[in-house]
Design a protein around this ligand. Structure first.
Ligand SMILES: *[C@@H]1O[C@H](CO)[C@@H](O)[C@H](O)[C@H]1NC(C)=O
Ligand SMILES: *[C@@H]1O[C@H](CO)[C@@H](O)[C@H](O)[C@H]1NC(C)=O
Ligand SMILES: *[C@@H]1O[C@H](CO)[C@@H](O)[C@H](O)[C@H]1NC(C)=O
Ligand SMILES: *[C@@H]1O[C@H](CO)[C@@H](O)[C@H](O)[C@H]1NC(C)=O
Ligand SMILES: *[C@@H]1O[C@H](CO)[C@@H](O)[C@H](O)[C@H]1NC(C)=O
Ligand SMILES: *[C@@H]1O[C@H](CO)[C@@H](O)[C@H](O)[C@H]1NC(C)=O
Ligand SMILES: *[C@@H]1O[C@H](CO)[C@@H](O)[C@H](O)[C@H]1NC(C)=O
Length: 540
């Protein structure tokens, strides 16, 4: 047999290796995961020590909108896995496991995705691992922020809705447990937008996987927000339509809202604390006889009608409430690019084309009506709605849910989050003082979608650290660490202090109060100082 012919030389080699045993280092243990880490349906793609300050590049993202590189903020073991989730689907799972994990609390952190993504949130992996968390991310079952991979592949849709998150969490914990000698002490989740929805999915369906969940600007009532987006496109139309407003005209509408609503909270700063109090009156912009946009920057009655509809909620054919309006005083020029600039939003159109109808010819322009939404709401594909307001299992398990949403969000209305919080209150029959034990919601004034805005928006939350100046802010002050204080120290947040980060510099601070308390200006003092504001009516 051939075996014997190779047995002799091997036996000569082995003793010399044994004679000089290599010490097990963090680096060698990491590389060894290629051999030592095994799990069902799982293939190790990369197991490699990466020192702090390394620029890792992702050439595989050349043709999509996913990150092209990330600079590590800690010495880590990078473990990349390919986990098959069915015969026809798989998820890429990335782990950044830091060297100082044991001394920094032995914490596990799962991160979320965005849009229709498709993209590993590498900046969150870098941020989480810099704080000592063994941080996991995944590609949500397909590559790129696109719905095309859903086409005729229903299992890829299942991954997007919940299974990639669930699978990555399970395999991530297994990887962390096998790499370090200690067990995980606490498990956390953080994500914004689609990632916020994933956090709510975990809160509703598998709360036992996490001790603390940070859900930001969640895309819950998923078909409702798709309807809101589609409706904005339909009511505004295309350039040249009588209903259409161009970018300059939306900027004028923005100024009108500032004039009508900015004073309500007592400070003129283009930030409104409580957008639910703002009901714009676009008739203020009507052209008088003989006036035009060119001569007077005014609007036609048809355009005014567009703006009025724009700030109304979405109702079904029988008048039933489907989704909240886009709250006033966003930075309307950003939403313009996505929803109402005359181009159909890929986020909605691709969802309908590839996940719902399996028909690439289907279009928002020709085919969307409110009946489409009534159909998708009834279908509620794999419970993508993620709007179960019964958090009894989360409460029983002792999991904490920290939820915030920018009230200047131009993509997902913050009023959607108020709807959910109040829905949980009614379903569970608990007042806010009773919800406080396990669920706290913070509206963040002047914050756009996940990051940026005119207000004190920087909190050290998901998708935020990759902004100029963020690295100069003490990560110990981050909302992620506030979550840890709540879970591990019993110190529940009453307000979240945000920083007004502009062009890399911190220009102010504000404490955003826990809903339903109101963040109120004291009436005097520099509004850019947190001390000039107070929380009122916290016993609502
Ligand atoms: C990392 O490398 C990529 C590709 O070479 C480059 O485009 C990027 O600027 C680098 N980033 C940093 C911070 O050096
Ligand atoms: C990106 O697209 C170009 C042109 O189609 C192709 O040549 C290249 O291989 C693609 N790169 C990746 C990483 O898929
Ligand atoms: C992951 O595995 C699946 C098969 O389960 C394969 O089709 C896919 O190409 C793999 N992806 C990568 C990046 O290796
Ligand atoms: C880790 O947890 C397992 C199961 O709960 C337990 O049996 C084991 O002793 C723990 N190991 C350490 C190092 O604490
Ligand atoms: C979408 O609209 C086009 C144009 O009106 C029509 O031809 C097509 O049948 C519609 N598609 C569906 C699936 O209804
Ligand atoms: C909420 O869920 C729990 C199980 O987790 C169930 O016992 C309870 O009846 C549900 N409450 C409502 C109002 O549906
Ligand atoms: C953050 O807190 C940790 C633990 O308390 C401490 O070791 C570290 O120096 C702090 N970081 C900064 C930037 O203050």
């Amino acid at each position: 047999m051939k075996v014997n012919t190779i047995a002799a030389p091997l036996s000569l080699v082995v003793p010399s290796v044994l004679a000089t045993p290599q010490p097990v280092t963090f680096e060698s243990k990491c590389a060894d995961l290629t051999r030592s880490f095994t799990a069902p349906d799982t293939k190790v793609l990369i197991a490699k020590y990466v020192p702090k300050g390394t620029n890792i590049t992702f050439p595989e993202s050349a043709n999509n909108t996913c990150p092209k590189f990330v600079v590590t903020l800690a010495d880590i073991c990078r473990l990349t896995l390919n986990v098959s989730t069915s015969e026809t689907s798989s998820v890429i799972v990335e782990s950044f496991m830091p060297k100082d994990w044991e001394s920094k609390g032995k914490r596990f952190l799962m991160t979320g995705n965005g849009g229709l993504g498709g993209c590993v949130p590498y900046s969150d992996l870098a941020f989480g691992s810099s704080l000592g968390f063994a941080t996991i991310g995944h590609n949500n079952g397909h590559a790129g922020d696109t719905g095309v991979p859903f086409y005729n592949r229903p299992q890829v849709v299942v991954d997007y809705v919940w299974r990639a998150l669930y699978t990555a969490g399970k395999i991530g914990k297994r990887a962390v447990a096998s790499f370090y000698t200690s067990n995980i002490s606490k498990s956390y989740y953080m994500g914004c937008s689609s990632g916020g929805r994933q956090g709510m999915k975990a809160a509703q369906d598998f709360p036992e996987e996490y001790d603390g969940i940070l859900s930001v600007a969640p895309a819950i009532n998923y078909e409702g927000i798709q309807a809101a987006a589609s409706r904005l496109f339909k009511i505004t139309g295309k350039p040249g339509d009588a209903t259409f407003l161009n970018l300059e005209q939306w900027i004028r509408v923005h100024k009108m809202v500032v004039d009508q609503c900015d004073w309500i909270d007592g400070v003129l700063d283009e930030v409104i604390e409580d957008p639910t109090k703002c009901i714009p009156r676009p008739e203020a912009l009507l052209c008088e006889t003989g006036q035009s946009w060119e001569s007077h920057q005014c609007l036609t009655p048809t355009q005014v009608d567009t703006v009025r509809k724009f700030y109304e909620p979405v109702y079904g054919t029988n008048g039933e409430y489907i989704a909240s309006r886009l709250q006033p005083l966003t930075r309307e020029w950003i939403g313009f690019r996505f929803y109402y600039g005359g181009v159909a939003s890929y986020l909605s159109e691709q969802w309908y084309q590839y996940a719902i109808f399996n028909d690439p010819t289907w279009s928002l322009t020709n085919n969307w009506t409110i009946s489409t939404t009534e159909y998708t709401l009834k279908k509620n594909l794999h419970n993508v709605q993620t709007f179960n307001t019964n958090l009894t299992a989360l409460k029983s398990h002792g999991t904490k849910l920290l939820h915030y949403h920018g009230t200047a969000d131009c993509l997902i209305s913050s009023e959607n989050s108020y709807d959910y919080y109040n829905g949980v209150s009614r379903t569970m029959g608990l007042k806010s003082s009773q919800l406080d034990e396990f669920y706290r919601f913070f509206p963040i004034s002047g914050m756009d979608h996940c990051y940026s805005g005119n207000g004190a928006w920087y909190l050290g939350g998901p998708v935020q650290y990759n902004t100029p100046g963020a690295l100069d802010i003490d990560p110990n002050d981050s909302v992620l660490m506030k979550m840890v204080d709540w879970v591990e120290g019993g110190k529940a947040p009453e307000k979240l202090v945000g920083k007004k980060l502009v062009d890399g510099k911190v220009l102010g601070e504000r404490g955003h109060c826990k809903y339903p308390a109101k963040t109120k200006y004291k009436g005097s003092g520099n509004p850019d100082l947190a001390s000039s504001w107070t929380c009122e009516n916290s016993q609502f």
